[in-house]
Ligand binder design. Sequence first.
Ligand code: HPA
Length: 273
Amino acid sequence: MSTKPSQAPDSPFSLASDAAAVIQKLSGVQRHDVALTLGSGWARAADLLGETVAEIPASDVPGFHASGIPGHTGTIRSIRLENGSHALVLGARTHFYEDKGVRAVVHSVRTAAACGAKVMVLTNGAGGIRESWKPGTPVLISDHLNLTASSPLEGATFIDLTDLYSQRLRDVARSIDPSLDEGVYVQFRGPHYETPAEVQMAKAMGGHIVGMSTALEAIAAREAGMEVLGLSLITNLAAGISPHPLSHQEVVDSGKAAEPVISALLAKIVLAL
Ligand code: HPA
């Protein structure tokens, strides 16, 4: 009898099931309803969501690596929301540029799905192409351009990506903050920031936001049947749009400055999902 690739012991889905089993055991929570990946600037939202039931070092969970990136917490938290549902907060994102492979990049999303989550909230810090977006502006992701030349899907797995960033969830977010603008997120490989020419290319292709995460994760979330909400914090104007050179410190600093406001916003949105 043949084993389906998705059920093989060495498959990424089986590793995600192992991770979910550890999270269930350590948190005592059988099913998480919603999962959040908190990128630069968004980490404080976890404190505002509700009561922390468990905080688990990522390195204790199969397939996760402690994050070496400032602004990423490296823990997995189980939180009980005031409406009684459970959120899984993933503070340990693996970026494509870390060269650990695309399976590692989307492991947290697959683990969230294995924990039962039906909604995946993906947040990030990113560069803005629209000049009207001052650093500190949160923006909804309406669609993406995946410029990594990679996919988390293996084999002939044909997944529809129409409405990948759920219109329903964007409407929910706007019911909390009607001023939220939206744009197309462009995932570059990084870890270098883009050249001004690359930013102009992204703009000409229909992009509004540039970053180094999220698109691959969103694809994996859709494969797993989850609804996706994407939110970018504009930490800086993209290269060449800004008159100043970019620095990681600027990204971290503007994330910190915006954190209280966007974290409170995100906590309200998650309660309304
Ligand atoms: N480009 C790519 N990633 C980023 C940026 C940017 O300008 N700012 C924060 N993350």
